[in-house]
Design a protein around this ligand. Structure first.
Ligand SMILES: [Zn+2]
Length: 256
């Protein structure tokens, strides 16, 4: 295990009793595997905390060893049904990233890829989860690739989603998760301008002090990951594939 201080952000999407699947496995995790993965984190002595707590502790030089942040993209209803009860058993929190323009709707964007348009959390469920300790962040206004948009639309996606979520939650929203992990320099500037403090991507690495706080790397957990698979990602996959992204905060088009 690396000795340089850092923490890991695990990325989940849907958790549930899914039938075995051959395709499109990246964004699903069977609830039994999820339960086993959480039990393993507990046995390993991981310190599961919010993203804000982990980042602050890293900056202050007091990060506990094996700190882990759990994130769930898109805000699926199955988070409430299957993932959160498991996390509650351990007294752990998580960050859930909501599409502000699709609260209480369905994940229509999945239809294009041949997936079912799974139901998304509605406001009563979101507020109840918040009271129980879940942290919520923005996943933009629509589930689209931000870097493909003109700068003004990127700003609108980031600003309006933040305002809508703050209205609904009655508190500041400071985390942004870029849909598909897609972002460029304009996105990062727009995120800072909109008032976000922490942003997460799909770049795979361990978070260390040198990372841009608006472009933090994560480690994705997919349907095929057993406990061993997650262990391997958590303990071994710590360096970014392209070291320059640590400073730049994004993958240049040529390297993507
Ligand atoms: Zn997403």
């Amino acid at each position: 295990m690396a000795t340089v201080a850092g923490f890991d952000i695990l990325m989940y999407h849907q958790v549930g009793p899914f039938a075995p699947m051959r395709e499109h496995r990246a964004t699903y995790c069977h609830v039994d595997r999820f339960r086993a993965q959480m039990a393993w984190l507990k046995r390993l002595g991981c310190y599961v905390c919010s993203l804000q707590e982990a980042w602050r502790a890293l900056q202050a030089g007091c990060l506990p060893p094996r700190a882990v942040v759990l994130t769930f993209d898109d805000g699926y209803e199955n988070f409430r049904q299957y993932a959160w009860p498991v996390l509650q058993e351990y007294g752990w929190t998580a960050s859930v990233y909501l599409i502000a323009g699709a609260i209480g709707g369905r994940a229509e964007w999945l239809l294009q890829a041949g997936h079912e348009a799974a139901p998304l959390l509605d406001w009563p469920a979101i507020r109840a989860l918040r009271r129980e300790g879940v942290h919520f962040g923005s996943h933009a206004l629509h589930h689209i690739r931000l870097a493909a948009l003109p700068p003004l639309r990127q700003r609108r996606e980031l600003q309006v989603s933040r305002l809508r979520l703050e209205d609904g939650l009655g508190e500041a929203v400071t985390e942004i998760c870029y849909p598909y992990g897609n972002h460029d320099r304009v996105t990062l500037e727009a995120a800072a301008e909109a008032g976000y403090r922490l942003g997460v991507t799909c770049l795979r690495a361990r978070v260390r002090a040198g990372w841009d706080p608006l472009a933090l790397p994560r480690k994705a957990v997919s349907y095929g990951d057993s406990v061993l698979g997650v262990a391997w990602k958590l303990l071994c996959k710590n360096e970014p594939k392209h070291p320059a992204v640590m400073r730049a905060g994004f993958v240049a088009a040529a390297a993507a």
